[in-house]
Write a new protein. Sequence first.
Length: 176
Amino acid sequence: MNLPNKLSVLRILLVPVIIYLLLVNTLSTSIAALVVFSLAALTDKFDGYYARKHNLITTLGKILDPLADKLLIIGVFTAFVQTGVLSTWPLVIIVARELAVTGLRVVAADQGSVIPANIWGKTKTTIQMITAIVLIINPQIINFPFLLTELLIWLTVIITIYSGYTYFAAAEVDYS
């Protein structure tokens, strides 16, 4: 278990803590959720960088890192739906995209092919994390204009859909 994999495990372990803090939904728990979520988001950026720089890319890491990302984003966005901060439809789109791309990767792996992360997948994760931070902050800590948060949610949904499309468009798999 190298450092990047430990960071991915840490991110997974932080998910229930963040969800709990968001569900309590007070000013102090929102601030704590912001700190813990930001820490989790930083581990996502650091673990991949560190693994590549020090040649520590492992099969376990290829599974843990995207799993941790999916659990973090889906968990946080589910808490937003539960507390009324977010409508259900963006969450459904995010979950559907994640399941579809994961299914595509399973089919590709079964056919001896690996579908690596692409720039749109990385952009999607970054935008989702930025949106999560804004939704944690708003309105408990800073009251952002409604239009700004709505535009950010729409941008998140559009990039989520487009990034999924890019994986399917580039995949060389036999669907039969």
